[in-house]
Ligand binder design. Structure first.
Ligand code: NAD
Length: 362
């Protein structure tokens, strides 16, 4: 029997509620596919601040490093917003990403026919959209040096950031993107601003060189301004998009919003070596925490991404994704995706519906 150590980070707000559903789903899938998950829970974010006075205890990072994959629900909330920056929940999450050296962020955006009305775009534009944004996460302008606000000779202040990528940074994100495209529709679109920026010219050259090693993947290029336009004009043209940190930050949010429902969006962050971090795109939703109103599907779909990208169990991942489609098909809805005539469920009820769908599939 294949055994995997999974670190669970339930975090804050709705985190523990949605994590409980994901764990039940993983247990059900484990018994169906002869897998064994050894779950270890650890503290992060506000929960860690309350318990031990810091948002990312050393013990949590060590537990994560010692596992095959990390499932995170969400961190943060108003209770901790006024603490100094080094004690904020978000600092814990940034520390975790850095500590695990997660340089690639994968965010799928898929329109589910059952929820097509949730999109703010016309159904004929978004119908059939199924794309993935691969964003470089640890380089580019968010980390480049020099940076700061400096006084000039005239005494005027000047803000400076630096967009820089080395060939090796481009190559490692490029490889993740080509591999991802290979597992999907075999089309990779690289987004840059090579008409203006030297750093983008290097990005484009290096990706072109890499493409000779991935003859089965079709590589194209778009400037970022055109890519933003195309994403809302004709999003079906995209399969896999790869881009740097800044452009990826913006484009992945545009792509996510094509679907219109934040409670449905999973993500994965990967490094060169295990473990990857799998988490919903949404936050801790303090406004609905503890009320059994949270949509657990983004969390459950993050667990499916974990099976696919970290544990190489694509059939088990498919099984979970099919169960999600099935509960939506039968009209089950949490409040955030509710529409007239559908069957209202809470977070726990949605979890039970998923377990029933899984047991029917077995
Ligand atoms: P949010 O994503 O938590 O919530 C935005 C809105 O979406 C709220 O109305 C919320 O009720 C709703 N929502 C979010 N997830 C939902 C779900 N699964 N089911 C149903 N409704 C859902 O963003 P926010 O309100 O800007 O931030 C709240 C806290 O979360 C802040 O402390 C923020 O720093 C933190 N945050 C954490 C992460 C993370 O853990 N990765 C990401 C974003 C925000």
């Amino acid at each position: 029997m294949q055994q995997y150590r999974i670190t669970l980070l339930p975090g804050d707000g709705i985190g523990p509620e949605i994590m409980a559903v994901a764990v039940d789903v993983l247990k059900a899938v484990a018994s169906q596919f002869n897998l064994e998950f050894v779950f270890q829970s650890a503290l992060i974010g506000g929960a860690a601040i309350d318990a031990v006075g810091e948002p990312l205890p050393q013990e949590t990072l060590a537990t994560c490093q010692n596992s095959e994959a990390v499932l995170l629900a969400a961190i943060g909330g108003p209770k901790w917003d006024t603490l100094p920056r080094h004690l904020r929940p978000e600092t814990g999450l940034l520390g975790l990403r850095a500590g695990l050296q997660l340089f690639a962020n994968l965010r799928p955006a898929k329109i589910l026919p059952q929820l097509i009305d949730a999109s703010s775009l016309k159904p004929e534009v978004v119908s059939g959209v199924d794309l993935m944004v691969v964003r470089e996460l640890t380089g580019g302008i968010y980390f480049g040096q020099p940076r700061g606000i400096f006084a000039t000779e005239t005494g005027e202040k000047r803000g400076v950031n630096t967009m820089a990528y080395s060939e090796s940074e481009i190559e490692r994100i490029g490889r993740v993107a080509f591999e991802t495209a290979r597992k999907r529709g075999g089309k990779l679109c690289s987004v840059d601003k090579a008409n203006v920026l030297e750093v983008s010219q290097l990005w484009r050259d290096r990706l072109n060189q890499l493409s000779s090693e991935y003859a089965d993947v079709e590589l194209t290029h778009l400037y970022v301004d055109n890519a933003a336009m195309q994403l809302v004009r004709a999003p079906r043209q995209f399969d896999t998009i790869v881009t740097g940190n800044l452009f990826g930050d913006i484009l992945s949010d545009i792509a996510a919003m094509l679907t219109g429902s934040i409670g449905m969006l999973p993500s994965a962050s990967l490094g060169s070596a295990a473990p990857g971090l799998f988490e919903p795109v949404h936050g801790s939703a303090p406004d609905i925490a503890g009320q059994d109103k949270a949509n657990p599907l983004a969390m459950v779909l993050s667990a499916a991404m974990m099976l696919r990208y970290a544990l190489n169990q694509p059939v088990a991942a498919d099984r979970i994704e099919q169960a999600v489609l099935q509960v939506l098909d039968q009209g089950d809805r949490t409040p955030d995706i509710m529409s007239p005539g559908m069957n209202p469920l809470g977070c726990q009820g949605m979890g039970e519906a998923l377990l029933q769908a899984l047991s029917r599939a077995a």
